[in-house]
Design a protein around this ligand. Sequence first.
Ligand SMILES: Nc1ncnc2c1ncn2[C@@H]1O[C@H](COP(=O)(O)OP(=O)(O)OP(=O)(O)O)[C@@H](O)[C@H]1O
Ligand SMILES: [Mg+2]
Length: 245
Amino acid sequence: MIKSSLQSVPLLSVENVTKRFGALVAVKDVSFQMDLGEILGLIGPNGAGKSTLFNIIAGKYNPDSGRITFEGKRIDGKRAFEVCRLGICRTYQLVKPFLSETVLENVLLGSIFGSAEDARDPEAEAERAISLTGLQEIKTKYVSTLPFIDRRRVELARAIATGAKLVLLDEPMAGLNPVEVGQFTQIIKKIHSSGVSVFIVEHVMHAIMSISTRIIVLDHGEKIAEGSPEEVSKNSKVIQVYLGG
Ligand SMILES: Nc1ncnc2c1ncn2[C@@H]1O[C@H](COP(=O)(O)OP(=O)(O)OP(=O)(O)O)[C@@H](O)[C@H]1O
Ligand SMILES: [Mg+2]
């Protein structure tokens, strides 16, 4: 008998994806799948191709070859707003909130423009995202007045407010101190518990290892390992890449 899990479609499927910038192969023949409800971690040294892979999935770049499906639908070649409306939303390595708007206005931009479903209530979606990221107390403040960690929360809330089924988080903890890393880890767990699947790039190793259900490792554009955090941390190729052995 075929198990039902074998018949189900993966949430995200990346098949043999390659992306070149001139002579540089930034992502090389990368394949993997992600299931609904996972927190999938993506690690690798600087320049490994992590952000490029996110950019391809999120529709900023077309791959030179390969295919990507989300809930069984082909998404490579679609534009960023189309991918967002299908349910994938990303945050950026460099924080980009609208500084002259309030927290609520920033988050409303996500719920108004990012959503596929006209029937959704943008204000309720924004409030839900604000609550999940712990921004209730400061939702009327201008983002320009907020410390860095709160600007990161706003970015995350804006992505959640789109009604995303999958969020791509590119180094959400960069620049945070250890206490803030702990707070942000809790926020990501809360978002995950609310039913959102999470694909996260992070250099803060203890955080990504503790939060992820599975990890993919890239080096020079190639996938060199995939497995549980424990498996990956014992993998000799991964150790070599990180320790430069
Ligand atoms: N738009 C671009 N044009 C040309 N080269 C690019 C472009 N974007 C990325 N690259 C190159 O592709 C490679 C992969 O870059 P990418 O930003 O994906 O790495 P990364 O794994 O996210 O690194 P980091 O950990 O430093 O953020 C690098 O050599 C980078 O210089
Ligand atoms: Mg990057």
